[in-house]
Ligand binder design. Structure first.
Ligand SMILES: [Zn+2]
Length: 306
């Protein structure tokens, strides 16, 4: 056994375009990249020309590409499929979430990584903080998670919901003893739907979320037990946006996603992770927690090794 206690924090920022992240002022994320490892990949699903929507959409096939091995994943590049892939480590043709309707979700067979961690190692403490209530309602982050802090961003307002999510997660990281934590921030997506990702409002939403992330990291570093802990922090998004705002289709702007991995206190030098995929996030978190991946789980993701 390691003398250190390994813990993981996964931060999701909805609809965060990587090129905008690079172009805009987000000092905490920039710091996580420069001392961590990161990369981008393209979602293997979506359809060009799909109209923007936040409601259940028509299920559309992706155009097969060389190297797909013939596997065609029918799904929109929407939040439901993205977060479900991040949570489960499997693509939409397995977990069944192909739009924001969650009609055919298979979370009993493909549970989220926090639920898997808890099942494998019941002494672990797991928690999830999010403002998209559908993720709780449909079980993308399931009821066995020790603590679920759930807001309805549509009712509260997404910027306000992010503030409350960040407050609750910060308190939790300061006062409790979690092993695996997921935190969702959503205003970037809301602003991009309204105004696109090239406006000052999008920059402001990103900057606010970046500051919340900084507070969470400060809370971790201030933990009395921190010297004996080894924290891995992952940051990712569920999809991008077209320049005009909106997603669902297959443009590079919609399909490009990123994963950042940082081991707090360790300098990974900003190296490349290759092409990390959303389905690699959950397996990476499980590996940090010492949970062996069972081939019977039929996951698509593998642990990232920065
Ligand atoms: Zn989204």
């Amino acid at each position: 056994m390691s003398a250190f206690s390994s813990k993981v924090l996964v931060i999701g920022m909805d609809g965060l375009r990587f090129d905008r992240l690079i172009a805009l002022d987000a000092p905490v994320l920039a710091g996580l990249m420069s001392s961590g490892a990161y990369g981008t990949s393209k979602l293997p699903y979506g359809e060009a020309g799909t109209p923007r929507t936040e409601s259940p959409g028509e299920v559309v096939p992706k155009t097969p590409e060389p190297g797909d091995g013939g596997r065609v994943i029918r799904s929109r590049t929407d939040s439901g499929p993205g977060w479900s892939s991040i949570a489960t480590g499997a693509w939409p043709d397995k977990h069944g979430v192909v739009d924001n309707g969650f009609a055919s979700a298979q979370f009993a067979k493909y549970p989220d990584f926090l639920t898997r961690a808890k099942t494998a190692r019941p002494h672990l403490t797991t928690s999830a903080f999010f403002s998209w209530a559908a993720l709780a309602e449909h079980g993308a982050f399931g009821p066995s998670i020790d603590r679920r802090f759930v807001l309805d961003g549509y009712a509260v307002g997404w910027a306000e919901a992010d503030a409350q999510v960040a407050d609750a997660a910060e308190r939790h990281l300061s006062e409790d003893d979690p092993d695996a934590v997921f935190v969702y921030l959503g205003d970037t997506d809301e602003v991009a739907h309204d105004l696109g990702p090239h406006c000052p409002e999008y920059a402001a939403a990103l900057k606010a979320q970046d500051a919340y992330l900084g507070r969470l990291l400060d809370a971790i570093r201030a933990r009395p037990a921190y010297p004996g802990e080894r924290w891995t922090v992952l940051v990712t998004t569920d999809h991008g946006h077209v320049d005009e705002g909106g997603h669902g289709g297959t443009t590079d702007e919609e399909r490009t996603v990123f994963v950042i991995v940082n081991r707090l206190g360790e300098d990974l030098g900003g190296r490349s992770l290759g092409a990390p995929r959303l389905v690699d996030v959950g397996p990476t978190a499980l590996a940090v927690l010492g949970v062996a991946l069972d081939p019977a789980w039929d996951l698509d993701g593998v642990p990232l090794e920065p």
